[in-house]
Design a protein around this ligand. Structure first.
Ligand code: NDP
Length: 405
């Protein structure tokens, strides 16, 4: 029975707050803080109505370390669940160190002025968290998060050695908007417009961004969603998995995109709307991508009328008892069912549920340690059981499908 403080009241924050409220035997007190207090209050009133539980809310600027430290010292939570934006990771980690509070998040740090994300900035906090006897758990959403845990589980139970991993992320849903992103538009567009990388034989290999005609893609037959064009993309969990899955020879990440999404993004990119540098507009400085974000639907607003499924999983090729084998571990999540349960679409749901489970693992002491951890470094078994219990059931099957060589 411990107190947690959630930072961020967007699509994912809504799910984390409600899922924690569903597990009130573990989360004795829930606090929700974000930049816009009215969004916290909206979620709090829904939680009260749905589960009869009171959530305390605060306005906080998570870019401001003294302000955040003051809040943490006043409330003394056991753990902070950071589901604000990757820009805030380091300031929130600093405040956690100041107030001696455990930390976790779902996305790695990214500076505002460069569209580049990597773990080095957060891994550099290793000694500081160790010295204070605190745990920082990085990347505990779905991908990163559950995909890493699928890897740890495959390594523990199904393989003596894993040679290749292909992570496949399919959103076969329809939200009814001509163009919208399923998580924060700024972060999403920065991610998908990047040059693509995958890892092979100890090196990162670059291929063109998905907006380029020469990008790498292929049709993959997803369970329950059918055949979908899947584009190679750089994704952050590969950075930690190449360190933590021993003997790995190759890892790639694939994501489905509809033609309409790519066409819209190409146009926006061509006209400069995805730029992240300041431009002068009528004597005022604006960042085009931030302006675009203000025009697009908020991820939290997409759930109503969203139909179809999200299917995310990992294909493993490796050896067990001297024999080569391929396994596929995946989850299928239905947008409309998520909305019925928790008024969220499946992308927020598949991120928020693992964040709640990660928090539960720390609160119960099942995951414990001092320093900075990626989730695949911890034992996957209880987490995998909780996925089944908490709304994200998974399957493991022999894989006989086709992947590019
Ligand atoms: P949203 O844009 O819906 O929500 C972000 C929230 O953070 C908003 O409530 C926003 O406040 C708040 N926020 C932003 N800046 C600050 C600040 N300086 N101080 C306090 N609060 C702030 O995004 P999502 O909920 O879709 O995504 C949340 C996080 O989850 C992101 O980091 C995203 O990358 C990550 N994610 C991870 C996934 C995974 O599988 N691992 C998948 C999907 C998302 P305001 O309302 O005022 O703007």
């Amino acid at each position: 029975m411990k107190k947690i403080l959630i930072i961020g009241a967007g699509g994912v924050g809504n799910v984390v707050a409600k899922k924690c409220a569903q597990n009130a035997d573990v989360f004795s007190e829930i606090i929700l803080a974000s930049r816009t207090k009215s969004k916290c209050d909206d979620i709090a009133s829904q939680v009260k109505e749905l589960y009869g539980i009171n959530i305390k809310t605060y306005a906080v600027d998570a870019d401001n370390v003294p302000e955040l430290t003051e809040l943490l010292l006043a409330e003394k939570p056991f753990l902070v669940i950071n589901v604000a934006l990757p820009y805030q990771d380091l300031t929130i980690m600093d405040a956690c160190l100041n107030a001696e509070v455990h930390y976790m998040d779902t996305a790695n740090y990214e500076p505002k002025d460069v569209a580049h994300f990597e773990y080095s900035w957060q891994w550099a906090y290793q000694d500081k968290f160790k010295e204070k006897g605190l745990m920082a758990l990085l990347g505990c959403g779905f991908d990163p998060g559950v995909t890493n845990i699928f890897c740890a589980y495959a390594q523990k139970h199904h393989f003596d050695s894993i040679k290749t991993i292909d992570i496949l992320d399919c959103n076969a849903g329809d939200h009814g908007h001509p163009f919208a992103t399923n998580f924060n538009p700024e972060i999403n567009i920065r991610e998908v417009t990047q040059t693509v990388r995958h890892w092979k034989n100890g090196e990162w290999i670059e291929t063109p961004a998905i907006l380029n005609d020469d990008c790498v893609h292929f049709p993959f037959d997803y369970p329950e969603a059918g055949v979908r064009e899947s584009y190679m993309l750089y994704h952050e969990e590969m950075e930690s998995l190449v360190k933590n899955i021993k003997g790995l020879e190759r890892i790639r990440f694939w994501m489905t995109f509809g033609q309409a999404y790519i066409t819209h993004l190409k146009v926006l990119d061509n006209v400069g709307m995805t730029r992240i540098d300041e431009v002068d507009f009528n004597g005022q400085k604006i960042i085009p991508l931030q302006f675009l974000k203000a025009l697009l639907p908020e991820p939290a607003s997409l759930g109503n009328n969203y139909t179809g499924k999200a299917v995310i999983g990992c294909v493993f090729d490796g050896e067990k008892d001297g024999k080569q084998q391929k396994k596929y571990i995946y989850n299928v999540c239905d947008h409309a069912e998520c909305y019925r349960e928790i008024q969220a679409q499946a992308v927020s749901y598949t991120t928020g549920v693992p964040a709640m489970i990660g928090a539960m693992m720390i609160l119960k002491g099942i995951w414990a340690g001092e320093g900075v951890f990626n989730v695949e470094q911890l034992d996957p078994d209880v987490f995998m059981d909780e996925l089944n219990r908490c709304g994200l059931p998974w399957n493991v099957v022999d894989f006989d499908g086709e992947l590019p060589a």
